[in-house]
Design a protein around this ligand. Structure first.
Ligand code: ZN
Ligand code: ZN
Length: 258
């Protein structure tokens, strides 16, 4: 497990081909024997490729705030030894896509909110699945969490209310943890459950950015299911395939997230 944590820190540089700052052999060897890290690596690669493919559109609709974030990221990046040449201030807009997975992740979802519905759904699926794979790999067991208490603590800490769908013996669903994660430009609530022995995530975004209809996206061997209701956007991520059980679970979550 320690090896997984250490390798995870190298994945960004590895995917970026920054061989100077990455022990590539170590990453390659570990990914051959560890399915979990292989998944994460595959997800990072796919995100990077998708962002590259849409680079022109992403550049065109970046907000000033987003550009500022990319600039500060580029500055931090330059303070560490790297093969990247120094950029003049302002030049990052032309160079941001090759920068790194971390930067492109920020860009991908934020910028895509200026796009049509299909792009939004795809971008949310990318980023939530990546976070799901990262966040749940060390959150397997642990005692069940109390949904009401978790919702109360969330509002006290972050100032906006969420409803946390309860565990359900009938659905074999158990809440494990609630944490704050970066899935869009802002921070979102990440509710971590186990469902039939597998990790399941429900992300709650503080605004309703999608329609009421349920959207399904299959990516990186995971299903993302998303919709908006009552001024919130919900994204469920699970490795479970699409079947009647998954449809029933979606109904349960929708009914309890008011
Ligand atoms: Zn691993
Ligand atoms: Zn998370």
């Amino acid at each position: 497990m320690n090896e997984c944590r250490e390798v995870e820190a190298l994945l960004g540089a590895y995917v970026d081909g920054e061989t100077a700052s990455c022990d590539c052999d170590r990453v390659r060897r570990h990914a051959e024997s560890c399915a979990c890290c292989r998944d994460l690596l595959g997800a990072q690669r796919a995100v990077r490729e998708a962002v590259r493919a849409r680079a022109t559109g992403l550049r065109a609709c970046a907000s000033p705030r987003l550009k500022a974030r990319c600039a500060s990221y580029a500055i931090r990046r330059r303070s560490t030894p790297s093969r990247l040449p120094r950029a003049s201030p302002g030049a990052f807009v032309r160079r941001w896509v090759p920068l790194s997975v971390a930067a492109t992740l920020v860009l991908a979802v934020t910028a895509v909110f200026g796009f049509g519905l299909n792009h939004k759904v795809q971008a949310l699926a990318f980023q939530s699945t990546l976070d799901h794979v990262k966040c749940t790999r060390f959150t397997g067991g642990g005692p069940p969490a109390d949904p009401l208490e978790a919702a109360r603590q969330w509002q006290a800490k972050f100032g906006w209310p969420i409803t946390v769908p309860a565990s359900s013996g009938a659905s074999n669903l158990q809440l494990r943890a609630v944490r704050r994660c970066a899935v869009t430009d802002g921070r979102v609530a990440h509710l971590i459950y186990t469902w039939m022995g597998e990790p399941l995530s429900v992300y709650v975004l503080p605004k309703g950015t999608l329609g009421d209809a349920t959207e399904f996206v299959h990516r990186f061997r995971h299903n993302s299911v998303m919709w908006s209701q009552n001024d919130r956007t919900y994204i469920m991520v699970t490795p479970h395939g699409r079947d009647p059980e998954l449809d029933r679970l979606v109904s349960h979550i929708r009914a309890s997230a008011f």
